[in-house]
Design a binder for this molecule. Structure first.
Ligand code: PHB
Ligand code: FE
Length: 335
């Protein structure tokens, strides 16, 4: 403590008010931020006060994904302590519940909320805690700082809407999505990606039925990282390519099998058991490699250089319950 703090009780006793950030509650969890950190406070299952601290930038990057993805498939771990579980009508927020050590010590807590309630709280927190100049979707080298006192807002970055195609991308009538990603510049890491378009020779009369576009050129212009988009949807088979740089801001715990195809460069994955966090595997994926993540794992990727990844999801709304009942496998293949 320094002299200024001792002689300035207002500053010392009400730091949050001075810093300008709102505090939030969700059930019995409390959330506050200061210049560097997000703090989460709760009373443990066995009645003791406990708190957890995360770097503000890491916290906001995770919060951004949870909000934008509508709580995603299964578990969105913000780190090894806190996160959410999607039950598709309701969502759990937990602290320590999927950390074997905290669970054994009885210091965890999990509460369930209607999706709308936790969604609104998270949106308001993201809005209030994200400063001007910080884009939680951008690679760290391509954005400003998340730190410091409250400074404006970053609403344009945190409310980016997905561009929805109304029919096959690029065909007449699809007004939403253009093959050049609306003229966005090619990312510095993808300067060598050819931008030419495929040749098309549809039979006369089929010009409005047949189309192709250069997916690599499209991805080379992506402004965001770790944000899979749907480029093809065939029944429940979703092809979700994405551009990755630095660290996947969440540790995803699967409720189904998920496939990765590394389309260029490389990503290093840490895989662990989704219930306990016990490490299971390191997976080094290089261009051309494919891997499947079983439904019992959690995983986090590290992309040293901006890379292109195709995430292949089975979006069946009944799959998670089929796996729970043992009717569908937790693994992609049995050897
Ligand atoms: C995943 O959790 O599997 C995941 C999420 C976002 C990405 C890539 C992979 O961009
Ligand atoms: Fe995943």
């Amino acid at each position: 403590m320094n002299a200024t703090a001792e002689t300035a009780p207002v500053l010392a006793s009400a730091p949050d008010a001075t810093l300008g950030y709102k505090s939030f509650t969700l059930g019995s969890f409390k959330f506050r931020r200061d210049e560097y950190f997000a703090h989460i406070e709760w009373t443990t299952r066995d009645g003791r006060p406990l708190s957890h601290t995360m770097d503000a930038g890491s916290y906001l990057r995770a919060l951004m994904r949870d909000v934008a993805w509508g709580f995603f498939y299964g578990w969105v771990n913000f780190d090894h302590v806190i996160g959410t579980v999607n039950h598709y009508q309701t969502v759990d927020f937990f602290a320590g519940s999927y950390n074997a050590t905290m669970k054994a010590a009885g210091v965890d807590l999990l509460e369930n909320f209607p999706t709308a309630q936790i969604g609104e709280t998270f949106k308001a927190m993201l809005d209030d805690w994200t400063n001007e100049g910080f884009d939680p979707f951008a690679a760290p080298q391509e954005t400003g700082s998340p730190y410091g006192r409250k400074n404006g807002n970053s609403r344009a970055a945190i409310t980016r809407a997905r561009e929805l195609a109304t029919r096959c991308v690029g065909l007449k009538g699809d007004l939403a999505l253009r093959t050049d990603a609306r003229g966005a510049p090619v990312n510095r890491a993808f300067a060598d990606v050819p931008q030419d378009l495929p040749e098309l020779h549809p039979e006369p009369g089929f010009e409005n039925e047949v189309h192709a576009f250069n997916l690599f050129a499209f991805l080379s212009r992506s402004q965001v990282t770790w944000n899979p988009s749907f480029t093809s949807v065939v029944k429940h088979s979703y092809m979700c390519p994405t551009t990755e740089e630095h660290i996947l801001p969440i540790v995803h715990g699967n409720d189904r099998v998920e496939w990765f195809f590394q389309m260029c460069d490389e990503i290093h994955w840490d895989c662990a058991h989704k219930e306990s966090g016990k490490p299971l595997a390191r997976v080094i994926m290089k261009a051309g490699d494919m891997a499947a993540m079983p439904a019992y794992c959690r995983h986090q990727g590290y992309s040293p250089k901006r890379s292109m990844l195709l995430v292949w999801e089975n979006g069946s709304p009944t799959l998670v319950y089929e796996i729970q009942k043992g009717e569908a496998p937790e693994v992609p293949v049995q050897f």
